[in-house]
Design a protein around this ligand. Structure first.
Ligand SMILES: C[S@@+](CC[C@H](N)C(=O)[O-])C[C@H]1O[C@@H](n2cnc3c(N)ncnc32)[C@H](O)[C@@H]1O
Length: 199
């Protein structure tokens, strides 16, 4: 991280807003904005959050589902515990991690993934790695979601994107590609929304 990047990040309005509101990441606002518009997560849902560290999405998801819902987070990196949230540390591309998720959660209403590869700066490599993570998230969603469940996944745009989207479209009644306002203008990330899992 360059000093300039850190300086600019601190000046950034969503960064400040997140800090004031006690959210662990500015990404929290991406999930809030997406959910306000597309209603992916509802009260009392069971939500599985892939690539959950440091926990901004977990905080937002937990507010939405309320005390009768359930939120489970997974990440390679550890997080500081959050009240009422189950956290599983592991690499989602490994079968053993996926098996552990299925032991914890039988069926989920919603699977969300904000997983990002370590950015190398090589655009096509970062894109390919992001699509690979999004593929794993899609596989987990396909096995875990209840009928009519919802899916949200981050993908970096590039030439593999259209094929990925086609695949997601086969599993959901409604799909949409969306970039929330809280995404940085310079970022190539988009969010794929799938609603109404066909089962
Ligand atoms: C942008 S951050 C997620 C931010 C999170 N949504 C929040 O609001 O705090 C992306 C996360 O994906 C995780 N990640 C990347 N590859 C992963 C993998 N193979 N398995 C699990 N997590 C992974 C990273 O460790 C990182 O914490």
């Amino acid at each position: 991280m360059s000093k300039r990047w850190v300086r600019e990040r601190k000046r950034e309005p969503y960064h400040k807003q997140a800090k004031r509101a006690g959210y662990r990441s500015r990404s929290a606002y991406k999930l809030k904005q997406i959910n306000d518009r597309y209603n992916i997560i509802e009260s009392r849902n069971t939500v599985v959050d892939l690539g959950a560290a440091p926990g901004g999405w977990l905080q937002v998801a937990s507010e939405i589902v309320g005390p009768s819902g359930r939120v489970v987070g997974v990440d390679i990196q550890n997080i500081d515990p959050i009240d009422g949230i189950t956290f599983l540390r592991g690499d989602l591309t490994k079968t053993e991690t996926v098996d552990k998720i299925f032991k914890l959660v039988n069926k989920a209403d919603v699977v969300i993934s904000d997983m990002s590869p370590n950015i190398t700066g090589n655009y096509s490599m970062d894109h390919a790695r992001s699509v690979d993570l999004a593929e794993h998230a899609y596989e987990v969603a396909n096995r875990l979601l209840k009928k009519n469940g919802n899916f949200l996944v981050k993908v970096f745009q590039g030439d593999l994107f259209d094929d990925y989207l086609k695949k997601v479209k086969t599993s959901f009644g409604f799909t949409k590609v969306h970039t929330p306002k809280a995404s940085r203008k310079s970022s190539s990330e988009v969010y794929v929304i799938g609603k109404g899992f066909r089962g």
